[in-house]
Design a binder for this molecule. Structure first.
Ligand SMILES: [Zn+2]
Length: 446
């Protein structure tokens, strides 16, 4: 996609452009180059620049700044690339427009496989967290075109449905929130007239973005485990410990796809949401090394002991989420034998209760759930480590999907999840950071 087609679009010298056209292959990047797609194992060898990626001896800052991001796939390129993958897959990948964002941009789903286990993948719910979209595109390309026994096993046992860049308005603005005012919400839901705006409505400055002229919502607090929920005035403004409302078109699209899969398959086996976290977290046992990726399978308090949530207790399956995360973890530890930075994986904080997130709501509906939080959002890292971080997401997804497809996931020990090291502290300098800043940063990354 952009990482492959970009040189062509940018007008690379004739001969090179001709080669691109003639080969027609997406795997155009030289081995190990940042242009190599995430399914290329050439990214699994240690690189000279890895020391700079890992070493926490250097300065690290969480202060927002303007950095290049053009290597990531933008919304227009996403449409082109999904279309290409659908064509080269010879009917194996089915791309569909499933809705539109608040500003009218297409939201697409791509489906591959005909197996009985449904796996839903989403990316860029936060528009400044972009590697997930690139990882999904490479995964779709591989799963749709490979003739390997592994790919066949995936296609026979899984139905993978991906919604890459589910918040395209936020992605085009390169910011966390979507692009939607409270007035627009009230126009759509007149019953909310006179209510206080939702607590996750941004009108201030955040992560270097000014929402005062162009407000928006954290779409990842707009989910509700009641998939038929209709917004009610008395439920606003709500809070982080409460459920959301499906007032944003973006979360509604994902809800609709999830509900459709639930009806088709009986349940959605697995739901994965791809994010980025702060750039400056270090390993708990080695403060000289940065965390590459944090993962998690726990987003809500146990519904069995939570008033109002008891009805979800029978379906909720934390142990299955733990097994899925162990599969992700094991795959990355395996890759660390050849490229150690893939081994710097930690557990995302477990003391959270966020039923308004997609992961929280779908976990309560019985899906196994996995959160990926790779290092650094665009306002702190830009595209600097795009290739290696995209590869880390790919490796984790690959290991997890293989374990689900083969059934091996059920032999994994949930206790191994609890043994994953917790995330160490954030050593970033955000200009004399106070403890409340620390908490604010934490709240704004999942
Ligand atoms: Zn996020």
């Amino acid at each position: 996609m952009s990482r492959n087609s970009r040189p062509l679009l940018a007008g690379v010298a004739g001969a090179a452009a001709l080669t691109l056209l003639v080969t027609g292959s997406p795997a155009l990047g030289a081995p190990g180059s940042p242009d190599a797609p995430a399914y290329s194992t050439s990214l699994d060898r240690a690189q000279p620049q890895d020391d700079a990626f890992v070493s926490a001896a250097q300065q690290c800052s969480e202060a927002p700044r303007d950095l290049p991001i053009h290597q990531f796939t933008d919304h227009r390129e996403l449409g082109i690339e999904l279309d290409r993958i659908e064509r080269v897959s010879d009917g194996r990948v089915d791309v569909e427009q499933v809705g539109r964002s608040n500003r009218g941009r297409e939201i697409w789903s791509a489906r591959v496989g005909t197996g009985p286990k449904a796996v839903l993948l989403t990316s860029e719910i936060h528009g400044n967290e972009k590697t997930g979209t690139d990882a999904i595109l490479d995964l779709l390309h591989w799963a749709g075109t490979s003739e390997s026994p592994k790919a066949k096993r995936w296609r026979e046992n899984l139905t993978i449905v991906a919604i890459p860049k589910m918040n395209p308005d936020g992605a085009e603005l390169d910011r966390r929130g979507n692009d939607m005012s409270w007035q627009e919400v009230v126009a759509r839901y007149p019953q909310l007239r006179g209510s206080e705006p939702a607590w996750n409505y941004y009108t201030r400055s955040l992560q270097g973005d000014d929402y005062s002229q162009r407000p928006g919502f954290d779409t990842n607090r707009d989910y509700n485990p009641d998939l038929s929920y209709v917004p009610k005035a008395e439920d606003f403004p709500g809070s982080s410990a409460e459920t959301g409302w499906y007032i944003t078109p973006e979360s509604k699209v994902v809800r609709d796809v999830y509900r459709g899969l639930s009806m088709e398959f009986g349940e959605v086996d697995t739901y994965v949401d791809l994010h980025h976290q702060g750039a400056c977290y270090v390993m708990p046992d080695d403060p000289d090394e940065f965390v590459t990726l944090s993962i998690s399978g726990k987003f809500v308090d146990d519904p069995a002991g939570t008033p109002g949530y008891e009805k979800y207790a029978d379906d909720y399956d934390l142990d299955y989420s733990k097994r899925l995360n162990v599969a992700v973890y094991n795959a990355l530890q395996g890759a660390a034998n050849n490229r150690p930075l893939f081994g710097n994986v930690t557990l995302y904080p477990q003391d959270i209760n966020l039923p308004g997130t997609g992961l929280g709501s779908f976990a309560l509906n019985g899906s196994g759930t996995v959160l990926f939080e790779v290092r650094g959002q665009t306002q702190t890292l830009g595209q600097k480590y795009r290739a290696v971080l995209t590869r880390s997401v790919y490796i984790g997804l690959d290991g997890m999907l293989s374990a689900v497809a083969s059934g091996r996931v059920n032999q994994l020990d949930p206790a191994a999840y609890d043994a994953i090291p917790p995330r160490g502290p954030n050593i970033g300098s955000a200009d004399a950071r106070s403890r409340s800043d620390e908490q604010r940063i934490q709240v704004l990354e999942n």
